[in-house]
Ligand binder design. Structure first.
Ligand code: IMP
Length: 190
């Protein structure tokens, strides 16, 4: 079955396809959606819904959008919904540098990634959440993955997400957990 994902981020689409092999997952085309989808909400939930609605309005297809934030305890949940633009633009290196600077030598390095998925299924809207708890590393570690992966060490691990294979990351990630809930929902649908 076909599902559109409201994203043009190839890393993210690859991750989702690997978690979800039984579905035909398509990213949105740049022809139909030139530029970025609007994300003007104050929460991950509002952003996921806003992105999903833009895609549904143009395509009328079953579709979903995810919005992810890195929530750092000692920074009162920052960067959270501002994760993509924390240092001003969508630059992962600058975002990580700013986060490490703001966290300084705080001993509390607890953080979590949280993903919210908004699905439009046959005209009805549904939300799914996935959380991965962990800590912020003292410095960047590893080159794989994307975004904040080099500075996030999941609970119970000694490697960052960027030092893991996609399979290892997908066994514990926030996005994989949210997608498993989406999968459970979809597997009960006809
Ligand atoms: P968005 O949900 O694609 O808008 O992502 C928000 C921000 O979180 C961006 O800066 C992403 O790079 C980052 N991000 C999203 N998912 C992940 C992930 O799995 N690992 C690391 N960073 C992520």
């Amino acid at each position: 079955m076909q599902l559109l994902i409201a994203s043009q981020n190839d890393n993210k689409i690859q991750e989702i396809r690997a978690i979800f092999p039984q579905w035909k997952i398509e990213g949105i085309s740049t022809d139909l959606f030139p530029g970025e989808l609007k994300e003007e909400g104050e929460t991950l939930e509002q952003n996921a819904i806003q992105k999903m609605r833009q895609v549904f309005a143009k395509t009328r297809l079953n579709c979903f959008a995810d919005d992810t934030g890195l929530e750092v305890e000692a920074l009162n949940g920052e960067p959270g919904v501002d994760s993509a633009y924390y240092a001003g633009n969508r630059n992962s290196q600058a975002n990580m540098d700013l986060l490490l600077k703001n966290l300084g030598s705080y001993s509390n390095r607890s953080a979590q990634f949280r993903t919210v998925i908004a699905l439009n299924w046959k005209g009805e809207e549904h939300l799914f959440e996935g959380v991965c708890k962990g800590t912020i590393a003292e410095e960047k570690m590893g080159n794989d993955g994307f975004g904040y992966d080099p500075i996030f060490i999941p609970e119970g691990e000694d490697k960052s997400f960027a030092q893991m294979s996609m399979e290892e990351k997908n066994a514990l990630s926030h996005r994989a957990r949210a997608i498993k809930k989406l999968n459970e929902f979809l597997s009960k649908q006809r």
